[in-house]
Design a protein around this ligand. Sequence first.
Ligand code: MN3
Length: 199
Amino acid sequence: MPHTLPNLPYELNALEPHISAQTLSFHHGKHHQAYVTNLNNLIQNTDLADKSLEEIIQLTAKNPEKMGVFNNAAQVWNHTFFWNCMKPQGGGAPTGDLKDLIDQAFGSYEKFAADFKQAAVTQFGSGWAWLVAEKGNLRIMKTANADLPMVHGATALLTCDVWEHAYYLDFQNRRPDYVDTFLNHLVNWDFATSLLTSM
Ligand code: MN3
């Protein structure tokens, strides 16, 4: 079964004025679609063709000869995950179990937000900032290019795409402002909370 581009969980203009419909149109319709198309082309008629996305990622992560497959498969997964990490009128501090876990791990939501922003703005070049669960504890991780927590034994709870294509049309070079906007107006804590059961 070829991999397919999932629909966005909201309308293209749903995250305005923070992320424009133009950005989402290119980011989902062009970039995410291209990773799906590349992945399908790379795995057709190979022993990876009938594997799940997660299986492909794990099977190719440590194989330099399969780096092209890994990069595209991981970027398909990362983007689908990222769309779910945002919602209209999102952002701010979480509540409930996730609030308690963040307070426990970082001391406060404010400290978490500062550390997450630091990871996102200091990821040199393209990559991702993450909140992950690892051995029952929460921590922040940053990864380069397509790399992702699942191949490092961690469970992703939240991510922010810091590739330039994620923010350049709306923020130009101002990655710190984009990350602030993500944290203050877009984060979907309901989604992150729904993942706590898999910790
Ligand atoms: Mn992207």
